[in-house]
Design a protein around this ligand. Structure first.
Ligand code: GAR
Length: 190
C-alpha cells in the first residue's frame, strides 16, 4: 500500500503513535505527516522519535486555508484526527469530502459535541450510570462529532467503574480498532 496519511493531534498522541507503529510493521510504504496545534505536546516528541515529519499549525492557519493548501501539496490520501481538539472549519471539510476521520471516546451520538473530549466524556457516562460505552470512528463534517459513522465498538461498565478504569478500557479499544479501521478504509479506496 503506497499512501500518505496526515494525523492531527493536540496532546498525548497515543493513538497517533499506535497507528504509525502498526503501519510501519504491516505497510511500511505508507507515509505519515503529523500536524499539531500544540507546540510542546507529548505527541510531537512521539512523532519525532518515530522519525515522522511534524508541522505546527495555528487555528488561524486552519481557518484561513493554509493547512488545507499544505495537505493538497502533500497529496495526502487520508486525514486522521486523533485527539485533535480544534474545530474543523466548513471550508476545510469541503476540500476533503470523506477524507477526514475522527475517533471519539463514546458511542455517538451520545456524549458528543463541544467540550466533550477525553475524561469529560467518561465522567458524563458514569454520572448517567450508562450500562455501556465505547468508541466511534466517524467521518468529519462541519459539526462536532456528527459526521457519518464508520464503526463503533462497545465495552460494559461495572457497578464500581471509575473514570480511570473506563478510560483504560476505551484506550484498549482505540489501540485495537483505530489502525485496522484506517487500513480497511485505505484498502477499499479506488
Ligand atoms: C482519545 O481517547 C480520543 O478518543 C479522544 O481524545 C483521546 C486522545 O488520546 N478524542 C476526543 O475526545 C475527541 N472529541 P491520545 O492523544 O492519547 O491519542
Amino acid at each position: 500500500m503506497n499512501k500518505k496519511i496526515a494525523i492531527f493531534i493536540s496532546g498525548n498522541g497515543s493513538n497517533m503513535d499506535n497507528i504509525i507503529r502498526y503501519f510501519q510493521l504491516h505497510h511500511p510504504k505508507v507515509n505519515f505527516v503529523v500536524f499539531s496545534n500544540k507546540k510542546e505536546c507529548k505527541g510531537i516528541s512521539k512523532a519525532k522519535n518515530l522519525n515522522i515529519e511534524t508541522i505546527l499549525i495555528s487555528k488561524t492557519e486552519l481557518i484561513e486555508g493554509k493547512v488545507g493548501d499544505k495537505l493538497i501539496d502533500l497529496k495526502v490520501d487520508l486525514i486522521v484526527l486523533a485527539g485533535f481538539l480544534l474545530k474543523i472549519p466548513e471550508s476545510f471539510v469541503r476540500l476533503f469530502i470523506n477524507k477526514i476521520i475522527n475517533i471519539h471516546p463514546s458511542l455517538l451520538p451520545k456524549y458528543g459535541g463541544k467540550g466533550m473530549y477525553g475524561r469529560y466524556v467518561h465522567e458524563a457516562v458514569i454520572a448517567k450510570k450508562e450500562p455501556e460505552s465505547g468508541i466511534t470512528i466517524h467521518y468529519v463534517n462541519e459539526h462536532y462529532d456528527e459526521g457519518g459513522i464508520i464503526s463503533q465498538h462497545t465495552v460494559k461498565l461495572e457497578k464500581n467503574e471509575t473514570v480511570e478504569s473506563l478510560q483504560e478500557k476505551i484506550h484498549q479499544l482505540e489501540m485495537k480498532y483505530f489502525p485496522i479501521t484506517i487500513e480497511n478504509l485505505l484498502q477499499n479506496e479506488h
